[in-house]
Ligand binder design. Structure first.
Ligand code: DGL
Length: 268
């Protein structure tokens, strides 16, 4: 599983809860985070490097546990790179499984998306939701400072309140009828308490982890050959492009992960 930093850990946690038997490798490109404000070309290049690394480490299946990478790099990697790298392996993203679940959750068909600038500009949520549910009204709001708040351990600080409230209010000004709010960035569940605090209580907040986990379970049950290639020893290895001590410290704060085995690696 890959993310620009710590955000994908929120997806990994839900996937491991549902399927603890598999072996996982988590790769966070913490040294180059955030991706959300970067260009298409750069996000694509960095994501491809990460996929290549995980393939070299033996992963037959890579999940881009990052909306920005899913929005900006997934399709090109699937269509252009994968056939050349190894057509038997797979790379999956997190936007499609999230879009699939909204149809059953919204009652009035007004959905809001909070995500990075890159994900909002790509309009990936709008496109994916409209493919499945053309009648849903989708409004988006980019929150460029939320990922840095998380990456810098400021998610619980009083200073975060201002920026969380500001973007929720802006989104609700765009469409006051929103009844369902997608957290379209895997870092945002780490701000969930504050997001709840500033969101009217009738609005359902969708954190992606459980939907991505369910969707992966379903995928593996439909692709038995892939399931057979995924080893099942219940282990989890953590790789970061930053210092391993920094990663261990932050991951343990956010996700109460103890005794993690973290390795520092380079991507190129
Ligand atoms: N967790 C990534 C996402 O889901 C973060 C993006 C970033 O690095 O800005 O979009």
């Amino acid at each position: 599983m890959f993310d620009s930093g710590y955000g994908g850990l929120t997806i990994l946690a839900k996937i491991r809860e549902l399927m603890p038997e598999y072996d996982y490798i988590y790769l966070g490109d913490n040294a180059r985070t955030p991706y959300g404000t970067r260009s298409f070309e750069v996000v694509y290049e960095f994501t491809l490097q990460a996929v290549d690394k995980l393939f070299r480490l033996g992963c037959p299946l890579v999940i881009l546990a990052c909306n920005t990478a899913s929005a900006k790099a997934l399709r090109t990697i699937q269509q252009v790179n994968l056939p050349l790298m190894d057509p038997t392996r797979r790379v999956l993203g997190v936007i499609r499984p999230t879009a699939e679940c909204v149809g059953e959750i919204t009652r009035n068909r007004h959905v809001g998306v909070l995500a990075t600038s890159g994900t909002i500009r790509s309009e990936s949520y709008l496109l994916e939701i409209h493919k499945l549910f053309p009648g849903i009204v989708v409004s988006g709001e980019a929150c460029p400072l939320w990922v840095p708040l998380v990456e810098n351990n400021e998610a619980r600080s009083a200073g975060a309140d201002y920026f969380v409230k500001q973007h929720i209010n802006r989104l609700l000004d765009k469409d006051p009828e929103i009844d369902t709010l997608i957290l379209g960035c895997t870092h945002y569940p780490l701000l969930l308490d504050k997001i709840r605090q500033f969101t009217p209580s009738h609005i359902r907040i969708i954190a992606q982890g459980e939907y991505v986990a369910e969707s992966l379970k379903d995928y593996l049950s439909r692709h038995r050959e892939m399931d057979a290639r995924c080893t099942k020893g219940g282990t989890c290895r953590f790789l970061t492009t930053e210092s391993k001590d920094k990663f261990e410290e932050s991951a343990s704060i956010f996700l109460q992960l103890q005794d993690m085995k973290v390795e520092s690696i380079a991507l190129e």
